[in-house]
Design a protein around this ligand. Structure first.
Ligand SMILES: [Zn+2]
Length: 130
């Protein structure tokens, strides 16, 4: 039976298994309905995201972490556009990481993917623990 993967990066609620009618309801307040993505067949070993990745960052903390990670990973920091971003409230570290690496393409993406794996044990491509 094919598996579907449902994950809310804001609260970390994760479900992998048979497709859910109407999606998964996550742990956010208010709860969101998460649409699943086809994940694979017979995948059984999936590590949950680490506590570190699910740590909640305030807007100012997130700004600082973003600057530091952009510097470390060689990604142009778009923090000048920060106030126009979608994030006006707390977000998780994993959410921030996904946001930082989202525009990264090509050779840099390969490098960054490796660096994120080393630092956090997280794979930005599958959005799961490596
Ligand atoms: Zn959620």
């Amino acid at each position: 039976m094919p598996d579907y993967r449902y994950q809310c990066l804001d609260c970390g609620t994760t479900y992998i298994g048979p497709q859910l009618d109407g999606g998964m309801t996550c742990g956010c307040v208010p709860a969101k309905s998460i649409r699943g993505t086809f994940y694979g067949v017979g995948v059984t070993h999936v590590k949950p995201l680490s506590d570190e990745l699910l740590e909640s960052l305030s807007v100012s903390e997130a700004g600082k972490v973003r600057s530091a990670l952009c510097l470390e990973w060689g990604i142009p920091n778009k923090s000048h556009a920060f106030h126009g971003s979608n994030f006006s409230s707390n977000q998780t570290l994993v959410n921030l990481i996904n946001n930082i690496v989202e525009p990264v393409r090509g050779g840099l993406l390969i490098t960054v993917r490796q660096k994120v794996r080393q630092k956090y044990g997280y794979d930005i491509e599958t959005q799961m623990m490596a």
